[in-house]
Design a protein around this ligand. Structure first.
Ligand code: GAR
Length: 201
């Protein structure tokens, strides 16, 4: 019987990287059956780079402004992904729209987490937008990435209630907490689905 090869993950992140760290720990503890091979980061000051260093995970900083255009930037990213034999891309606070080059190379192989109940409040400041709109509930969405901004088939959603005493900070904390419990589980479920499809193909 052939041994199943572990799925090789790359995380893309632009900021603090709390989701990166939670995913790295979930892999270490066996909650996610995969190998975290790579962090791709587009911001030199991002704290996620320090988290990667502390956990001994290879990080590559690729800055779009050092390339001619989106296509050549993504071709450079793709070169690293191929070199590292990456199977699945996990966006975790990656504040950039994924373009045709990466989408074409990884169809249905790019997951994103977004801090709202999509299709409500897409974009870069979803928690602030939901708070400012005065909604009673918001939440978290994990979805497959397509060419749109926070569109693509939804894999899972969880609600977060906005209570009367909530501030923007407390709401952000609640949303992050849900993200941290939700993303590892959805990633593992998706990996299992891909592996089943592979066995039956
Ligand atoms: C997370 O809340 C994630 O949902 C959001 O960025 C934050 C990153 O936090 N992503 C988006 O808004 C994508 N449109 P982290 O750096 O602490 O993981």
């Amino acid at each position: 019987m052939s041994k199943q090869v572990r799925t090789r993950l790359a995380i893309f992140a632009s900021g603090s990287g709390s989701n990166f760290e939670v995913i790295a720990k979930a892999i270490q503890s066996g909650k996610i059956n995969a190998e975290l091979c790579l962090l791709i980061c587009d911001q030199p000051e991002a704290y996620v780079l320090k988290r990667a260093e502390a956990s001994g995970i290879e990080a590559r900083l690729l800055q779009p402004n050092q390339y001619l255009n989106k296509m050549t930037f993504e071709q450079a990213v793709l070169g690293v992904l191929k070199e590292m034999k990456i199977d699945l891309i996990i966006l975790a606070g990656y504040m950039r729209i994924v373009g045709k080059t990466l989408l074409g190379a990884y169809p249905d192989r790019i997951l994103n987490i977004h801090p709202s109940l999509l299709p409500f409040f897409p974009g870069k400041q979803a928690v602030l937008d939901a708070f400012a709109a005065g909604v009673k509930e918001t939440g978290v969405t994990v979805h497959l990435v397509d060419q749109g901004i926070d569109t693509g088939p939804i894999l899972s959603q969880k609600k977060v209630m906005v209570e009367s005493g909530d501030t923007l900070t407390s709401l952000e904390e609640k949303v992050h907490k849900v993200e941290h419990s939700m993303y590892p589980y959805v990633i593992q479920t998706y990996i299992e689905k891909l592996q089943k499809e592979q066995v039956h193909s």
